[in-house]
Design a protein around this ligand. Structure first.
Ligand code: FES
Length: 134
């Protein structure tokens, strides 16, 4: 499953990046350069999301619902660049409440789309757990 969840509020207009920026994924410390001139995504999560970019670069982030804002397994902490990301929706906040180890910088990787004005540092928690309900 991938794409957009039709049962939740659609994200507001998301500002797309117009300049190159980087995302560093911790704890591995792998840094990806995102170039809007040659976008490459995985097709999972919102286009240009932290999850979409990670998976395309071979960085694994748990994503039990396929990136449609229906679980909390893709919970990440945006350690730098939080303000350059789209605002979270009510649906994302509801899912995040299920995630362990919440912080004020927490986001769902599949719903978090940076605008490229800042370089990001994203921490992938080791304690992610699958809370998808069937
Ligand atoms: S992968 Fe399920 S909410 Fe992001």
């Amino acid at each position: 499953m991938a794409g957009i969840n039709p049962y939740i509020q659609a994200p507001e207009l998301i500002e797309k990046p117009t300049q190159k920026f980087t995302i560093t994924y911790l704890p591995e410390g792998k840094t990806i350069t995102v170039d809007p001139a040659s976008p490459h995504g995985s097709g999972t999560g919102l286009p240009g999301s932290v999850l979409d970019i990670a998976l395309a670069a071979g960085i694994d982030i748990d994503h039990a619902c396929g990136g449609v804002c229906a679980c909390s397994t893709c919970h990440v902490i945006i350690e730098k660049g939080f303000q350059s990301c789209n605002p979270s929706t009510e649906a994302e906040e509801d899912q995040l409440e299920q995630a362990p180890g919440l912080s004020s910088q927490s986001r769902l990787a599949c719903q978090c789309v940076p605008n490229g004005r800042e370089n990001l540092v994203v921490k992938i928690p080791a304690w992610n757990r699958n809370l998808v309900r069937e």
